[in-house]
Design a protein around this ligand. Sequence first.
Ligand SMILES: CCCCCCCCCCCCCC(=O)SCCNC(=O)CCNC(=O)[C@H](O)C(C)(C)COP(=O)(O)OP(=O)(O)OC[C@H]1O[C@@H](n2cnc3c(N)ncnc32)[C@H](O)[C@@H]1OP(=O)(O)O
Length: 503
Amino acid sequence: MSERVDEHADDVDAEADADVDADGDGGHRDALEMLTSILQNQGVLQSQNQMQQPRQVSTSPDAAAKIGQMMEQLKMAERASAGGGDREKKHHAFWDTQPMLINSDDSNEKSKKSIAGINNNCDGAITDDTNRHGPIIPDKDPSELRQEPYNMPKGFEWSEVDITDPSQLAEVYDLLYQNYVEDDGCMFRFDYSPQFLTWALTPPGYVRGFHLGVRSSKSHRLMAFITGVPATVRVHSSTREMVEVNYLCVHKRLRSKRLAPVLIKEITRRVNHTGVFQAVYTAGVVLPGHVASCRYYHRTIDARKLVEIGFTRLHPRMTMARMQKLYKLPGTTSLPTLRPMTPADVPAAHALVVKYLEKFKLSVVFSEDEFAHWLLPREGVVSSFVNVTRRGGGDGGEEEITDFCSYYHLHSSVLGNPKHTKLHAAYSFYNVANTVDLTELMRDCLILAKNEGHDVFNALNLMENDKFLTDLKFGMGDGNLQYYVYNWLCPTMEHGDIGLVLL
Ligand SMILES: CCCCCCCCCCCCCC(=O)SCCNC(=O)CCNC(=O)[C@H](O)C(C)(C)COP(=O)(O)OP(=O)(O)OC[C@H]1O[C@@H](n2cnc3c(N)ncnc32)[C@H](O)[C@@H]1OP(=O)(O)O
């Protein structure tokens, strides 16, 4: 397995080098070569793919800091080469027509013109003026909006999916199970459980018309899907009603036929008709208009299984026994007052988390109902814990919720492995450490996730997660996750400015 991974890494390296040569940019190439050589020397390089389905590149936590520095150097070289002005930018037939901010590294004339073309009503041209905040296209009156659905290609039709109907939920599950996000090496595919999908798609105020499917007219089979769920989101100092868009999926047999843009336009039309004109979404692919770029990190829990499935590998001079020892966790948590969140905890925990999220530039603003929906524990879906501190001392003191941690459960299918079919992953969700050290709280979170049977604990480097990743032996993943805000102009952000986790 590890040999196959190495072969793949070589292919990807060759492609990456070819791209860099085409740019004719020495700085970029040097940084990439240096990074590649460090990774190879560490024996940690698996691939350099850009995907949303995360996989670990590093088995050595010590390497993470060095790699982080090299990534920064690579980014600087990329920025320098973008500033050179002679770099050919990627043309996006669809996205270049959408109201997205123009990132400074893709502000070529072509995309400026096409954005300006759709933006006649906007008070001011869309430039990379980083000080403007606000809608790119102003809100419209319902009478100004397109009334009829976008046309489907012949043989297909729109279908609103009733996710509360078990048979329709099963259809969505099957479509995603077989066709949703995979890593570039086709080794893993997300497996969102039906319970998870129910949770993800039915928050307070959800709109059935935003669970949008495409069916074959003949067989009635579900062939494509996209969803939006309502959320209040703050970007810098503006708080807007938005939708979180997710689960965009086109059946493998219908790929590359420009169906995705039709799905996106139709969900946009439906959302606009409810008076909402902004959306947030994340993607592994780099599209025009990202506001921030985050990276996945992975904390090995079951070392043997992760090696056996090729998620990570033993680097030279590491034995399985040593690796297992390196990642061994205690059997029980260290904070005696950490316990699962209950409905009675919701008001206090809600106040704690909402206050904490105010410090980030992009964050969700939960109502109490939404908080209860997203954070109350659901078996096999989401786990949340509160840490309580007694004020006034002794057993008679009043209990106060001072700290909070949570993760959601998202499995992946392991493709074509003779021994394993599922990778059980916990994903860091929202965490607040007021009276305890964040690293200590997250170490307990790892122990809780291990005791719930997870093989790996994943975290993005958003919020304050940078503070614990190295100490808790997380390894850097091989894909970035881009954050986008549809139809919103604002300065871009660093990964640590993001206070929003999408599923
Ligand atoms: C106000 C309300 C607004 C609401 C809407 C807000 C926007 C929401 C946006 C959606 C947020 C979704 C968040 C998630 O769910 S991210 C998860 C995305 N899903 C997957 O990766 C699952 C596996 N892949 C597939 O099912 C297909 O490959 C998809 C469906 C992704 C594309 O299908 P296909 O491969 O058959 O391609 P096409 O020929 O139909 O279309 C090609 C065009 O599609 C652009 N493309 C490719 N991937 C993505 C992507 N992940 N986000 C946005 N656009 C994407 C691509 O750049 C090209 O445009 P352009 O480069 O030519 O311009």
